[in-house]
Design a protein around this ligand. Sequence first.
Ligand code: FES
Ligand SMILES: [Fe+2]
Length: 354
Amino acid sequence: MFPKNTWYVACTPDEIDGKPLGRQICGEKIVFFRGPDGEVAGLEDFCPHRGAPLSLGFVREGQLVCGYHGLAMGANGRCAGMPAQRVGGFPAVRKFPVVERHGFVWVWTGDEALADPALIPHLEWAENPAWAYGGGLYHIACDYRLMIDNLMDLTHETYVHASSIGQPEIEEAPPVTKVEGDMVVTSRFMENIMPPPFWAAALRGNGLADDVPCDRWQICRFTPPSHVMIEVGVAHAGKGGYDADPKHKASSIVVDFITPETETSIWYFWGMARNFKPEDAELTATIREGQGKIFGEDLEMLEAQQRNLLANPQRRILNLNIDAGGVQSRKVIDRVLKAEAEQAAQRAQTSVAA
Ligand code: FES
Ligand SMILES: [Fe+2]
């Protein structure tokens, strides 16, 4: 179960560069492409002629041409023509609300009447030139909530990421979880510790000494449906930690957009936004490579965990205090799902009455 009346990241603009992209999101098979004015369209990935996936076709002058017999579809989901055939009476395919913003293509998978672009989260780092962003995409065979659990409890870094961002001091600093409306915040602060390799490299990248004790922080923020932004960083010890002057620290935001594909698979858009040396493209590439490797370690663990859970449906997973962030996030998701179900029931009742 996943919320559907909400915006998910569907793809990045480079994925629809001159060609259509077929992607399943929340169980819906969708094809994305650029229409005549360059705007992104999202249509049901089903050719009205014989049911071929439209994503196997190609884009010609803003129309999507089916790769089977050449039916052309407009960005509005209507048939636009087919060589030597009359297709004007063909039914339109479902059109999904799609918005390109903040360097991502967003899709609304639920009730079209409720799709308000103002609900797309504001991302300061995506618009402000003082920030640089680098990221990637992983397909992972796991329930989206397992990834949320993973990101809302960074205790696992000590074990899963021992050679990069993990260190024993993480376990020794208990996280604190707060719920603020629909947002869940889990924070952890560590003082006077040596920076682990990833952070030592980031300090060097920012022109700072990497062999001195530091204060380190992780502030994970979950918001529905499944976005997790994590403020992370280190500052030379005694300079104010999280609040230290920028000249003493290397900090960034770990960006996680988790888009469900099915009940047990996700499109995971990961990245890192930083506000030091934003013009340094080489640093962006180095950080991106490091982060990609680290997140590959999560991928392996999560897929193995999902396989185990599927093979043992009778087993219950257990919660410790380190799991509070994930537990609270799941409660928010349950609330959103319940509200959606009530809203749908109400609409169904209204339409019967009408
Ligand atoms: S199935 Fe698409 S044109 Fe025939
Ligand atoms: Fe991880």
